[in-house]
Design a protein around this ligand. Sequence first.
Ligand code: 13P
Ligand code: SF4
Length: 369
Amino acid sequence: MNVLENFHVHSLPESIRALSREAMEARVWEIKKELGSRLFMPGHYYQKDEVIQFADATGDSLQLAKAAAANKEAEHIVFCGVHFMAETADILSDHDQTVLLPDLRAGCSMADMADIHQVEKAWEALQQELGDTIIPLTYVNSTAAIKAFCGEHDGATLTSSNARALLEWAFTKKERILFLPDQHLGRNTAYQMGIPLADMAVWDPIQEKLEWGGDPENIRMILWKGHCSVHEKFTLDNIREVRRRDPDVNVIVHPECTFDVVDAADQAGSTSFIIDAIQKAPAGSKWAVGTEMNLVNRLAATMTDKTVFSLNPNMCPCLTMNRIDLAHLLWSLESIRDGHPHHIIRVPEDVKEQSLLAIERMFAVPKET
Ligand code: 13P
Ligand code: SF4
């Protein structure tokens, strides 16, 4: 298949569009059964229920990266998540395994906020200003090219569940960290480790300059000016409002939320951390949750001995996660069964090699949460 053909976003065929939900579900089960262990379907916690019900492994970014690396049996990995996750699965899979993303439009607004050319320019400017004192770390929510950049420059990837451990590791290597592409995860994690806000600068990739007023010698964190457009929608006002309504409510948020929100919350942690905390909480407890809506709704529906609701009552699910729907999943599986798998995610070999270095460094650092 040529590259242009692969990246062409075909539209869903009428033969699938016309089916009822029940008919689509029946076909997905049928193809899954037919393909057996030739197929592996990891699904991120933020996926829709209509998709997650079919997942062979469910988890957060770190768990899914590990699940993809561990499965050496499947010929086809149909990734129910977003583009950067499918790229990671391709980087970690064997040459004879094919990774498919059911809808190529399932990107990530945060990952789109850093491209490799911007990162290279930033690196050059920062090296000139601060010398060889910086190590790059990238949240896995980034392109494979940026992961490769980190691999090449002795850095690593991280996820929201091992961010602190990776920052601690990085500070044993260099004085400063360039943290890509989520300023909030970087700021929140560094602050939790005792690094004052005054020692954190922000790199603005549009203006191509460092937002920093003090002595450059004091900079310890250089935060890329990117964010998650979903998690940034939780505000301090949301927290004040839920507490005004009910002072007993527990506020728990993801570290992709802004500093103010994380600071004011009762607890903050990765998607798995949030699920775990609510699961272990006593019956009758109340939880205002600051993370993606598909997950919050699922927690509310399954943990019925507790009250679980979104911290922001007007919140929407992640638009790009939602692009993987039942119809696109079926279309993807049919393409495999018919011998013409489409929407294949293939990371170029040289990029794969360097990004694997960054991911393996992450796996080598013991996780702590
Ligand atoms: P985690 O899966 O690491 O919690 O990240 C959340 C997220 O936004 C994934 O896109
Ligand atoms: Fe990207 Fe945020 Fe959606 Fe995760 S929730 S895929 S970080 S936009």
